[in-house]
Design a protein around this ligand. Structure first.
Ligand code: TYM
Length: 346
């Protein structure tokens, strides 16, 4: 059978997932899973770069995996796993860290933003975060990485590190391409439409969660900040608020932007908001129902993740072994081959 191109992507379990996670990542994961060999992970190692409550982190890791499934990731087609179950991610991180300049990490926009947000906890993990992300991707020899626009810079670093390693030690890594969707790569805050929608936004009304109730969806869309003007016309620069709502309407209904402009020609913002709220409620209903059903299927979720870890690990081990060999690490001898007995009984 012809080998399908490989995909790797991940989402942090650091809060409830938003409609931005769906449009930037999950929607494309689902669309690509039948034509690609896919590895999708819950990025729990990345999550601890900011403080996490241990019990909550465990809980959210499972919830995030449940949402992957509820959004349509099919465990019979794709490999789902938890990042910390595969120690090779950290082993490769160290090797790549030794090829990364301090300046490369300090230039990362996300590092600059997060270190400003968490001024009293600018830890080395936050700094090295993109190196771990590069390791995630390169371990699986991914060809394609479906992410939102905010991850583009991390993908560029990943490509640079892969090329640097290959130049120094000989061809090992495939050079991955980002897959950034043409529409929905950056869903904006409902309250400040020039800012990315972020699950950690303290203003609840700014963020639409995938598991929001119908009432919450209606309230948030009704209160969404729009621009001055009346016309429903897509223009990200001049009308970021209404354009963001139009993208959400596109996601919920599948209608194209010109179709949406036509549908609302002559109508007002309130009309679009009312139609959008109802469309989102219908669109998110099956996701929420499936998510709720999976809340009572913990053993099933754990078994999906255990199977996923087994598959992911065998791929990760192959790459790491090659890397260790090229770097020049002495492999541990097989005990029998050097005259040692494996028996611990004496
Ligand atoms: P994270 O957990 O912040 O977000 C997960 C994915 O969702 C996308 N996303 C958005 N897309 C559009 N609009 C938004 N408002 C929005 N918010 C989030 C993100 O771009 C991302 O694709 N470092 C990554 C997780 C990660 C990863 C990886 C991704 C770890 N290792 C390897 C790909 C490959 C992160 O923090 O994403």
């Amino acid at each position: 059978m012809e080998q399908r191109p490989t995909i790797l992507s991940g989402i942090q379990p650091s809060g409830r997932l938003t409609i931005g996670h769906y449009t930037g990542a999950l929607r494309n994961w689902v669309a690509l899973q039948s034509t690609h060999e896919c590895f999708f992970m819950v990025a729990d190692l990345h999550a601890i770069t900011v403080p996490q409550d241990p019990e909550e982190l465990r809980q959210r890791t499972l919830e995030t995996a449940a949402l992957f499934l509820a959004c349509g990731v099919d465990p019979n087609q794709s490999t789902l796993f938890v990042q910390s179950h595969i120690p090779e991610h950290l082993q490769l991180t160290w090797v790549l860290a030794c090829l990364t300049g301090m300046g490369e990490c300090s230039r990362m926009t996300q590092f600059k933003e997060k270190s400003a947000q968490h001024r009293h906890n600018v830890n080395v993990g936050l700094f090295a975060y993109p190196i771990l992300m590069a390791a995630d991707i390169l371990l699986y020899q991914a060809d394609l990485v479906p992410v939102g626009a905010d991850q583009k810079q991390h993908l560029e670093l990943t490509r640079n590190l892969a090329e640097r390693f290959n130049n120094r030690y000989g061809q090992v890594f495939r050079i991955p391409e980002p897959y950034i969707p043409p529409i929905g790569a950056k869903i904006m805050s409902l309250q400040e439409p020039t800012k990315k929608m972020s699950k950690s936004d303290p203003n609840e009304n700014a963020v639409l969660f995938l598991t929001d109730s119908a009432d919450a969806i209606r309230r948030k869309i009704r209160r969404a900040i729009t621009d001055s003007g009346r016309e429903i016309r897509y223009d990200e620069k001049q009308r970021p608020g209404i354009s963001n709502l139009m993208v959400l309407y596109h996601v919920a209904t599948g209608k194209s932007i010109p179709e949406i402009e036509q549908e609302f020609a002559g109508a007002g913002y309130a009309d679009l908001k009312a139609a959008l709220a109802e469309a989102l409620i219908e669109f998110l209903r099956p996701i929420r129902e499936e998510y709720e059903r999976l809340q009572n299927a913990k053993d099933y979720l754990l078994s999906v993740l255990a199977q996923g870890a087994e598959k992911a690990r065998s791929r990760a081990q192959q790459t790491l072994q090659l890397v260790y060999d090229r770097v020049g690490f002495l492999p541990p001898a097989v005990p029998e081959a050097v005259g040692l007995t494996t028996s611990r009984e004496s």
